[in-house]
Design a protein around this ligand. Structure first.
Ligand SMILES: Nc1ncnc2c1ncn2[C@@H]1O[C@H](COP(=O)(O)OP(=O)(O)OP(=O)(O)O)[C@@H](O)[C@H]1O
Ligand SMILES: [Mg+2]
Length: 446
């Protein structure tokens, strides 16, 4: 059963205690608040499924003004109003003002459960639909933090405005960006993506906005930019902090006016939804004048922060098992279950490279393991096990094997885009091709 969370706001402490105990016994997760400030803080911090609100909340507001605020700031949150008076006009007013339902004090518990169940049915269907869609994208993890991210992704997908995804390297920013796109109105189309770190500074404008033929020496043929490609679609701008300042000014125009101007061309309208990502602190960069403040505030209309894996260790067992199954299926071998002690060991690691590092560790363990299941030994890094492994006796062999694994990894990250991988590895494309052939790396057929 999916857990439904309730925020219960009432200044009657005895009522709070009794009702929350009763609801918890019936499987609901409940937070209580007895004043306006606490209510507002809890609403900001958590994503509740239902709010139960007293009609006569004291101090600055009455329950109705708080209801208005909730409707405005959390339009999807169903509110069940609690009436102390049983006064019918108040109940009618509550419904008119956007409450989903109301219930009278003293509360008839059977009645309350029925009312909540009615609201619950709608929520469960919505939650199940979301998790089914996210599972189809391959996003795993059931921690409370991830649940909130799923909710944020679904909200972001519904609105046509810029989304900024932040988080440490390997935390899952690109996956989240793809999820926002997939669930959005453009979801049927392929996501157009661009890695801002892989474009040389002088080519940015031409790459983003395109150019007309003859607009500069060498512009023999007209060229369409990423924005034109992504018209009526989403554009994923990865590593957005790498955008040169001059280009930032031009991007601001696209975001605010929905207009682009090709080099040597006319202004034209585009409808592109920008999803950007960064592992940098953009706000700090704005203070250092390395990123435009006005652009930052546009791009982060909706911000989704993906916390590092060490802050959601509950997800590690699920993720590890998912990566093991996925890797074994992809390589046509039977699954190699991970022993409970290895799972505990995985949960204790720091994972500075986050989910990507965990994924690589699991895949490497499957490759190196000689048994039908994975134990802790299979997860120790090659540098440790290599010392005792005769196959990797010589330093040259160890370096070659590391080089191959590293290049394969970079290629995979850039979806086998040789230009971007070469840029990341800081080598030319032709040298990368030589390495690929010398190290016998297989490229996927397209
Ligand atoms: N919640 C998740 N469920 C399943 N796989 C995940 C999850 N999060 C991340 N991954 C996987 O981990 C790897 C890294 O994720 P991703 O590329 O989205 O990270 P990132 O934050 O964009 O990293 P970087 O900052 O280095 O670009 C990918 O293979 C991705 O599929
Ligand atoms: Mg990324």
């Amino acid at each position: 059963m999916l857990e439904i969370s309730i925020l219960l706001a009432d200044d009657d402490l005895v009522f709070l205690q009794l009702t929350s105990d009763f609801l918890r016994k019936n499987g609901y997760a409940v937070d209580c608040s007895s004043n306006i400030e606490a209510t507002e803080t809890l609403l900001q911090k958590n994503n509740y499924d239902i709010m139960m609100l007293d009609m006569c909340f004291p101090a600055l507001y009455d329950g109705f003004s708080l209801l208005d605020k909730v409707r405005e700031n959390y339009p999807d949150l169903p509110v069940l109003m609690i009436s102390g008076s049983g006064h019918i006009p108040d109940a009618v007013k509550a419904i008119k003002n956007g409450a989903m339902d109301f219930i009278e004090k003293p509360i008839d518990t059977t009645h309350l459960l029925l009312r909540l169940e009615r609201i619950y049915d709608g929520i469960v269907t919505k939650k199940q639909m979301h998790s089914l869609r996210l599972a189809a994208i391959g996003m795993q993890g059931n921690s409370a933090v991830m649940q909130k991210i799923y909710d944020d992704i679904c909200k972001a997908a519904r609105f046509d405005c810029p989304v900024l995804i932040t988080g440490e390297t390997g935390a899952g920013k690109e996956l989240a960006a793809r999820a926002v796109h997939r669930l959005s109105k453009y979801g049927e189309k392929n996501l157009v993506s661009i890695n801002c770190a892989s474009i040389p500074k002088e080519l940015f404008e031409a790459e983003l906005f395109g150019y007309e033929s003859g607009s500069f020496t060498g512009a023999v043929k007209a060229h369409r930019g990423y924005f034109e490609f992504a018209d009526q679609n989403s554009l994923f701008m990865d590593e957005i902090s790498q955008l040169p300042l001059e280009v930032q000014a031009k991007l601001l125009r696209v975001v605010s006016e929905n207009e682009i101007q090709k080099i040597g061309g006319k202004v034209q309208k585009v409808n592109t939804r920008i999803i950007s990502a960064t592992n940098q602190n953009l706000e700090k960069l704005t203070e250092e004048k390395l990123f435009r403040k006005d652009l930052f505030y546009r791009l982060n209309t909706i911000e989704i922060n993906i916390p590092p894996l060490r802050k959601r260790i509950e997800d590690i067992p699920v993720l590890a098992e998912y990566f093991m199954n996925e890797f074994c299926t992809r390589n046509d071998i039977p699954p190699k279950p991970i022993s409970p002690s290895a799972v505990s060991w995985l949960c204790e690691q720091k994972w500075e490279g986050n989910v990507r590092e965990l994924k690589n560790a699991v895949e490497r363990a499957v490759v190196f393991s000689k048994n039908d299941h994975l134990t802790m030994v299979d997860f120790t890094t090659p540098s440790e096990s290599d010392l005792s492994d005769r196959e990797y006796g010589s330093l040259r062999k160890a370096i070659t094997s590391f080089e191959k694994a590293y290049i394969e990894n970079v290629l995979r990250i850039y979806n086998y885009n040789i230009r971007q991988a070469a840029y990341h590895l800081q080598m030319d494309k032709s040298n990368l091709f030589k390495k690929i052939s010398a190290l016998k790396i297989t490229l996927p057929t397209r």
